[in-house]
Design a protein. Structure first.
Length: 346
């Protein structure tokens, strides 16, 4: 059993969750039995009164559909007693553009459609605890987006509000319209994705008492050291399209992995490289909640145990030294127009 927990921010400040959350995207690719065991392992590892933070999305399957939510519906139907032991965050408000991609739409009409679609797929045994537009919609004024979310929350569509992929200045502005209403902001943070945008957002969240859901703290798996070549990716794996998983970039980025591995192995007792990465992300600010994904019970437990790892100042400096000496090779996703298409960093 793990011991560390953390209070959520904003309107959920009375709720304690595990120090490390569980991202569910990869569960769509495995059997129900394996997925359910992965979820249960995390919940069961937490002390009584501490909820497991689960994170999913309206578009978490290969067809940008609700497959992940349908899986959760089956889980909570089979294990209804786990509904109160979990805090469920759902990303939505991404509309198909007819060209195979999805784009943000935070109009009231589409937000309502999205929330209702998510809850319908999720079923009657679990309500959405936190809803967040997956991207900031540049077509809708931020004040209107917040007003729309407040309206839907007050209607009882969900309990709490979150944002995703926004700048620190955007978070401050959104909070100024409805102070204390934003519980969490989701953003990619890892040893290979920690730039000025992340630093500014973490500073704003710390100032406002907003939780930071730091997704992909393991660099989509590359930082664990289990992937040393593009050939290690299963056939059809979506990561093969990412720039950093091209063969030349993998080889260059392995220098980061080796540096982190040495720090992890020098601890007494030693920890895994993945646990070091999660613990490092957790140490970046008082409201940080690392959000690694996992489809295996054993990996879920390994991730959660990292929440009990407290790094020394010397270890934090050693990680920083590795990152300075070995700059990341490759773009964040596919590069070029795709990043713009997804409207990252609103």
């Amino acid at each position: 059993m793990v011991s560390q927990s953390i209070k959520l921010g904003g309107s959920a400040s009375h709720i304690s969750v595990g120090r490390v959350a569980h991202g569910l995207m990869m569960l769509s690719a495995v059997s129900d039995e394996q997925a359910f065991e992965s979820i249960k392992a995390g919940v069961d590892a937490l002390p009584s009164g501490t909820k497991m933070f689960l994170n999913t999305g309206e578009f978490y399957d290969k067809s940008w559909g609700v497959g992940n939510l349908l899986l959760l519906s089956r889980f909570f139907e089979q294990y209804p007693e786990y509904a109160e032991k979990t805090f469920l965050s759902v990303k939505g408000a991404m509309k198909p553009d007819g060209k195979g991609w999805i784009m943000p739409d935070s109009s009231m009409e589409y937000l309502r459609h999205s929330v209702d679609n998510c809850q319908k797929a999720l079923g009657p045994n679990k309500k959405i605890d936190l809803y967040e537009p997956a991207r900031i919609d540049p077509k809708v004024p931020l004040e209107t987006i917040m007003s729309n979310l407040i309206t839907l929350r007050n209607e009882g569509k969900f309990a709490h509000i979150g944002l995703s992929e926004c700048k620190g200045s955007t978070l401050r502005k959104a909070n100024s319209f409805h102070p204390g209403s934003i519980v969490a902001v989701e953003v990619e943070v890892s040893a290979w994705e920690y730039g000025q945008e992340q630093k500014d957002l973490i500073a704003a969240a710390t100032e406002l008492g907003v939780s930071v859901l730091a997704y992909s703290p393991l660099g989509h798996g590359l930082l664990t050291g289990t992937i040393t070549s593009s050939a290690d990716l299963p056939e059809g794996d979506f990561r093969a399209r990412f720039d950093r998983f091209k063969e030349d970039n993998i080889k260059a980025n392995l220098a980061i992995v080796e540096g982190l591995k040495a720090i992890a192995e020098n601890r007494k007792p030693p920890i895994t490289t993945g646990q070091l990465c999660i613990a490092w992300v957790a140490a970046l600010g008082p409201t940080m909640i690392p959000l690694p994904g996992s489809s295996k019970a054993s990996r879920t437990l390994e991730n959660l145990e990292a929440g009990d790892v407290l790094l020394t100042s010397e270890e934090m400096k050693a990680v920083e030294k590795v990152l300075v000496e070995h700059p990341v090779s490759g773009e964040r996703y596919i590069g070029g127009p795709t990043n713009a298409h997804l409207h990252l960093w609103g």
